[in-house]
Design a protein around this ligand. Structure first.
Ligand code: CAA
Ligand code: NAD
Length: 288
């Protein structure tokens, strides 16, 4: 396998996913540098990770010492230039093609190792679009983690027509051998495997609420008790974030033009109203 074993990781964004990915990397002994655009966002990201590590200690999954060590391995920056020596970078900022493309353009100039893995945690944007923003698309790959990252054991690995075998092997080895995640491979099409199946289901649940066919609570109860899902589709939409579900639906609709993927008006109105789900305190349910 080409390249040294990955120990220096960069994470772009410390929202729910970036924080979760940074946490699992730090817990797996990597040196982790996290980018956020402002000090305030970096401080919020750090507290999010520390809260999750505390939760690990109180549930007996981590010792106090392991929590301390993981927190020492985490550093924050607002300068992408600090990512020059990273062997793996995972981008986890908002699901917006233009914003992600700009980050990949900059990262490509900064990261020096020709075999470094430049990964996106995008839920739906075809990875080739990000690869083509760089001079060396062979380094670009999708590494799609699942929410909450410390709990869910899957990474979808998305290689493009341009991703090199060395880079995909390096990414897989890191996800599997270092983080202990199970890996499935997907071709590069919007939604990959999981969201191609999950998102139409979430959108159908929103359409059910919209039509008055059943209540939010009953739809969720039906899927939890009738199908043994850990949470119902509307609670899950709240967990993922309504803005993110809308953005995923938009990308999938753009790719396939299937009415199934088109975001229903109720979802659009809730996003416009700032009811983004758990992260904003209100979505289909109220939090906090
Ligand atoms: N960080 C760390 N640990 C967490 C956690 C978090 N954010 N949330 C929950 N946990 C841990 C808890 O510590 C607990 O561990 P123990 O059993 O060892 O104590 C365990 O997970 C269960 O948590 P809770 O008892 O608090 O709550 P729960 O049983 O209701 O589970 C859940 C919460 C893990 C979120 C569970 O409901 C679940 O798995 N839901 C489905 C989530 C899902 O489908 N995610 C995929 C979304 S799609 C996606 O991610 C892709 C995309 O692109 C949009
Ligand atoms: P989030 O809203 O929790 O965090 C968004 C992050 O993007 C924050 O770090 C924020 O500071 C940053 N950001 C926002 N606007 C920005 C801009 N203009 N420029 C640079 N950074 C900006 O979102 P999230 O749930 O962590 O999702 C992040 C990525 O992970 C998305 O691509 C999403 O599709 C993907 N993803 C989400 C989930 C999920 O369940 N939420 C699961 C898997 C993958």
């Amino acid at each position: 396998m080409a390249g040294e074993k990955i120990s220096r990781v960069g994470i772009i964004g410390a929202g729910q996913m970036g924080a979760g990915i940074a946490e699992v990397c730090a817990r797996a002994n990597a040196d982790v540098l996290v980018y956020e655009s402002t000090r305030e966002l970096a401080a919020a990201g750090r507290s999010r990770i520390l809260r999750s590590l505390d939760r690990g200690v109180s549930s007996g999954k981590l010792t106090e010492r392991e929590r301390e060590q993981a927190s020492w391995r985490l550093r924050f920056t607002s300068d992408l230039g600090d990512f020059a020596d990273r062997q793996l970078v995972v981008e986890a900022i908002i699901e917006d093609e233009e914003v992600k493309t700009q980050i990949f353009r900059e990262l490509d100039k900064v990261v020096t190792d020709p075999n470094a893995v430049l990964a996106s945690n995008t839920s739906s944007i075809p990875i080739m679009k990000l690869g083509m923003a760089t001079e060396n698309a062979s380094r670009v790959i999708g590494m799609h983690f699942f929410n909450p990252v410390p709990v869910l054991p899957l990474v979808e690995l998305v290689t493009t027509l341009m991703t090199s075998t060395e880079v995909s092997e390096r990414a897989e080895a890191f996800a599997h051998d270092v983080l202990g995640k199970q890996v499935v491979r997907s071709s590069d099409r919007s939604g990959f495997v999981v969201n191609a199946l999950l998102v139409p289901y979430l959108l159908s649940a929103v359409r059910m609420v919209e039509s008055g066919f059943a209540t939010v609570e009953d739809i969720d109860k039906a899927m939890v008790l009738g199908c043994a899902h850990p949470m119902g589709p509307l609670k899950l939409t709240d967990l993922v974030g309504l803005d993110t579900v809308k953005a995923i639906a938009d990308s999938m609709y753009e790719e396939f033009k299937e009415p199934l993927y088109s975001p229903p008006p109720l979802l659009l109105r809730m996003v416009e109203a700032g009811r983004l789900g758990k992260k904003s305190g209100r979505g289909f349910y109220q939090y906090g």
